[in-house]
Structure formats: C-alpha cells, structure tokens
Write a protein that binds this ligand. Structure first.
Ligand code: HEC
Ligand code: HEC
Length: 426
C-alpha cells in the first residue's frame, strides 16, 4: 500500500513538470521577440536591470565610419543581422546601407583546422567597403531536391549554391564557402552557464553506447586566456563565450576592434566597458515561455519527439551554474540542445572546418523560441536558411540523425502534424 502511494506520487510529480519554463526563472511571459529583448523576470534589482538595458544601444545602433566601421564589413549593426534579437533574413543581395544580414564564410582548404584566408576577402566575403557602397556581388541560386514520405506524400526541398567572382589568382578548386544565417539571441547567458562537465558527459565521440549518435565537443581557443575551451556559440560551436563571439562579430562582421581582436597598435574602437554592457544585454534577457504545454496534442507531439529520437540531441533538461551572475545560477532549463557537434551527413555538409568541427558537423540548434520564428515570411531554418519550414529542416537531417529522420518519415500524417505542432509551441 505504501509503495503504491509512493509510486502514484512519483508519477504525479513526473506529470506535473512544467514544460513551459524553457529558461527556468528567466522564462518570460512576454511574447517571442519582446521576451528576448528585455531583462528576464528574475533580474530584479534596478542596478542589474539598468546594466542589461545599457547594452541595448551598442547592440542596435548603426555604427558609422567615424566610429570605426570597416574598411570592409558585412553589416554596421549587430541588430541589423539579429533583427529584434531574433533571426535575420537571408538577403545576400541586399542593398541596404546597413549591410546584409547573413554571413558568407570563405577560405582555402587546409589539411586541418581552419580554412586559410583568401586574398582580399579574408575569412568572410565582406560585401561592403568603406563608403557603404556594395562592393562584392554574390548571387544565391537554389537547387531543387525532391522526395516522398513512405505514405506517398511528396515534398520538395532546396539547396543553396553561391555564385560570385573570386579575386584574380585564387584557385576556385581550393575555395570553400559556408552561408550562415543570423541565429536568434535566446538564452545566451544560460547556454554559457551550462557546465563544461555536463557537455562533456553528454558527448560520446566513439559512440560507445552504440545508439548511432556520437556527439563531440569542439575544443576552441579562448583568445583572452590563450587556453582551449569547450566551444558553444555559432553553428559549429566556434566560440566559448558570448563575450568572444560578440568581439569576433565586431571584428569580422563589422570591422570594429576590441581588446580581444585588434589588428593595429591603436586603442580598440570598442571599449571593454561597451563590450561588457553588450554581453550583459544578451545574457540577462528573457527566454519566451513555451505555449499550451499541457494540452493533449502538444503533450503527444512532445512524446513523439522523444520516442523517435529527436531528444537524443535536442536535449530537454539541463542545469546551469554560474559564479558571476546569480540570475544564471542553478537554473533548470529546457534548451532542446546538447551543444555538441553531430555529423549531419553529406546533404548538410559545407566542407568548411572550424577547429575540430568538420564540414558535415553542426552544433545541435537549440529549439527554444522556435515557434516564434515561423510567423514571418523571412524566417528560415538550418545554418544556411535552406529550410522554409520546420518540416523541411527535419527532412534535411542525415548522418547521425538519419534514424530520427527515418522515424519521423514513417509516422502517419497525423502524428507528423503533432510533432510539428509541438515544435511550433516552443
Ligand atoms: C553580418 C551579420 C551579423 C552581424 C553584424 C552580427 N552577427 Fe552575430 N551572428 C551572425 C551569424 C551568421 C552567426 C552564426 C555564426 C557562426 O555560425 O559561426 C552569429 C552568431 C552570433 C552569436 C551566437 C549565437 C548562437 O546561438 O550560438 C551571438 C551571441 C552573436 N552572433 C552576437 C552578435 C553581436 C553581439 C553582434 C554585434 C557586435 C553581432 N552578433 C553581429 C551574424 C551577424
Ligand atoms: C544527431 C543529432 C540530432 C538529432 C537526432 C536531431 N537533430 Fe535536429 N538538429 C541537429 C543539428 C546539428 C541541427 C543543425 C543543422 C544545421 O543547421 O545544418 C539541427 C536542426 C534542427 C532544426 C532547425 C532549427 C533552426 O532553427 O534552424 C529543427 C527544427 C530540428 N533540428 C528538429 C529536429 C527533430 C524534430 C528531430 C527528430 C525527428 C531532430 N531534430 C533530430 C541535430 C539533431
């Protein structure tokens, strides 16, 4: 009898888990892009709220040439790419003087590590030069890829192909490129506060448990300490911290120097104080609450998501620890990622290595806030924005995720709809 009661209690506790609290106490009731722009509800003191707010300007301002933008740049504002802190559109042909909102990485194939810089371009096609005049013309072409579900339903996917002129003397056969969409700024501080040990414990580089999913960490340079750290940010987990990722964006995307990245002997164009405020703006922002998590269709969709193997990579439950920021400490979060690199197969490979991440390896994209990026026409999915819907994004999964994709395809049309409805509720 006692055992029975205890069991019942246990089951009830299990069911009472609140799946809507994606960001733990940072979960906000404001919708989507409002939630991610203002201080999270657990940032309570005026001092901390002011600190978060003080990063709004450096993130959204359009930096001028006088302030140091360029000479070459892709955009002159963080917020010009991360629109309202969300995703950006894929407008490589934009003529906006603030720039393009996607990045085209470029390099010369090297045997390991990072592709080497291309003459006149560096590691990124800059698109704009000095006077806000469009400098390099890049065209985006799409290749059609057709397929069908076992139940006969047809689908059509698209794959990007870039067309542009290389500087004279560069051998096109050695050139590798990668298109990168601007990802949303959701729960950046929480992702940074997941302990290294947690990420390492989730990795299984030799697939010792034999589930077909390995998951590796990207060991990347921490430029300030000169040591090697677990990479977390960027589509291939290239940077270990929000600070380094932001400084790299100033430098690579906008042509602005910081104390982390400075190719001259002069004082950095962006002060440490400004960089700090910018980072706290992102780290202390809220995470939107998932909707309707107790409704039957959503709960069923979530169960399917777990049972077909999606959550083997898109992990639901992780805990954070932070010694610097009390708001980010000891949070139970549902980011739907393991922050690990996975081989996603040939179809998604860009041949562009970033430290230990190979061409076909990508960091599991966090899915929190996913539902808020489907409403607008511009909102696209996957690293290069090739997927126009969440369904297309799933159908591109290959490599380690082949089994999960196969399982998804074998679901009935009704079950597939439940999975998609669940994803849109996040
Ligand atoms: C030209 C467009 C562009 C600009 C300008 C830009 N970003 Fe980004 N941002 C990107 C892209 C593309 C990525 C993904 C990079 C990758 O895969 O390596 C990214 C990634 C990030 C990430 C990591 C997100 C994640 O989920 O891992 C952060 C944080 C970030 N940017 C902050 C900033 C800040 C702060 C600025 C301004 C200093 C900025 N960005 C300017 C396009 C841009
Ligand atoms: C082996 C690990 C793995 C498994 C299993 C997996 N995913 Fe992914 N998922 C990834 C990675 C890595 C990416 C990023 C790929 C890219 O951008 O090219 C991704 C991207 C996505 C995206 C796009 C998100 C965005 O904002 O661009 C969605 C949606 C998604 N996965 C849903 C699912 C679903 C649903 C399943 C189960 C059918 C699943 N995933 C199974 C690793 C995995």
């Amino acid at each position: 009898m006692v055992i029975f009661v205890v069991l019942l209690l246990f089951v009830n506790l299990g069911q009472s888990q609140d799946f809507s609290l994606l960001g733990g106490e940072l979960t906000s009731d404001l919708p989507g892009r409002h939630a991610i722009q203002v201080a999270a509800p657990n940032v309570v003191t005026q001092e901390r709220r002011d600190l978060q707010l003080s990063g709004f300007t450096p993130f959204h301002q359009i930096f001028s040439r006088e302030e140091g933008v360029g000479p070459k740049f892709t955009s002159s504002s963080c917020g010009g790419c991360h629109i309202e802190n969300g995703k950006g559109p894929l407008d490589l042909e934009s003529k906006r003087t603030t720039g393009s909102s996607a990045v085209i990485k470029i390099g010369l194939r090297s045997s390991n590590g990072f592709p080497r810089p291309v003459r006149r371009f560096g590691n990124q096609i800059p698109l704009f030069k000095r006077s806000n005049i469009r400098k390099y013309k890049v065209e985006l072409l799409w290749e059609k890829v057709e397929g069908r579900y076992p139940d006969g339903t047809r689908y059509s996917l698209r794959k990007p192909k870039l067309s542009f002129k290389l500087p004279l003397g560069v051998n096109p056969k050695r050139v590798v490129t990668s298109i990168r969409m601007s990802p949303p700024m959701i729960g950046m501080g929480l992702l940074e506060s997941i302990p290294d040990e947690t990420i390492i414990s989730l990795s299984d580089p030799f697939d010792l448990n034999g589930d077909g999913i390995s998951g590796r960490i990207n060991l990347v340079p921490d430029v300030e300490s000169g040591s090697t750290k677990v990479g977390r940010f960027g589509f291939k987990a290239l940077h270990p911290s929000v600070r380094q990722q932001s400084a790299a964006a100033f430098f690579g995307d906008m042509g602005l120097t910081t104390s982390l990245f400075n190719n001259s002997n002069t004082e950095a164009e962006i002060s440490d104080e400004t960089l700090f405020r910018l980072v706290m703006y992102l780290k202390l922002a809220g995470v939107p609450r998932a909707r309707l998590q107790n409704e039957q269709p959503i709960a069923l969709g979530r169960e399917l998501f777990q049972s077909i193997g999606c959550s083997d990579c898109h992990k639901l439950q992780l805990n954070t620890s932070s010694s610097n920021d009390p708001e980010l400490d000891s949070q139970n979060i549902l980011p739907y990622t393991d922050l690990l690199l996975h081989d996603m197969g040939k179809g998604l490979s860009d041949g562009f290595n970033e430290f230990s991440a190979k061409g076909s390896e990508w960091r599991t994209t966090p899915l929190w806030g996913l539902g808020y990026s489907v409403a607008d026409v511009d909102r696209l999915f996957l690293h290069d924005g090739r997927a126009r819907t969440i369904e297309e994004a799933i159908l591109w999964h290959g490599g380690e995720a082949s089994r999960a994709r196969r399982n998804f395809k074998q679901l009935s049309a009704v079950e597939r709809a439940l999975v998609l409805e669940f994803l849109r509720s996040l």
